[in-house]
Write a protein that binds this ligand. Structure first.
Ligand SMILES: [Zn+2]
Length: 105
């Protein structure tokens, strides 16, 4: 009933960001949908330096489902480059840790 006609999704007009492929240059898996992988959107103040049109105020980066499991994206504001940050392996919560660490030689 109260469905808004200005839903910003789809139809290719004024996309806030264009995503073509996985941000991992070694992967470049084609982007299919927001339902898979991980989308990160960063606010940018100098789009031209990022190779974007001057009216673009954000940069969206997408990692495919495989890459997002072991890395995340960040922007380097000094170099205007996309950085891929390997994710730290989650430390096992202490209470779930098996007690084999007590074995000291
Ligand atoms: Zn990927």
């Amino acid at each position: 009933m109260a469905e808004r006609p200005d839903s910003r999704v789809g139809h290719g007009m004024a996309e806030p960001a264009r995503i073509e492929a996985c941000a991992n240059q070694d992967c470049k898996a084609p982007f299919h949908s927001l339902g898979e992988g991980k989308l990160s959107v960063f606010a940018i103040h100098n789009p031209l330096l990022w190779g974007l049109p001057a009216n673009v105020k954000q940069k969206a980066l997408w990692l495919c489902g495989r890459c997002c499991q072991h890395m995340s994206v960040r922007l380097d504001p000094g170099l205007h480059q996309v950085r891929l940050i390997p994710k730290q392996v989650q430390p096992v919560p202490k209470q779930a840790q098996p007690r084999q660490a007590a074995k000291v030689a």
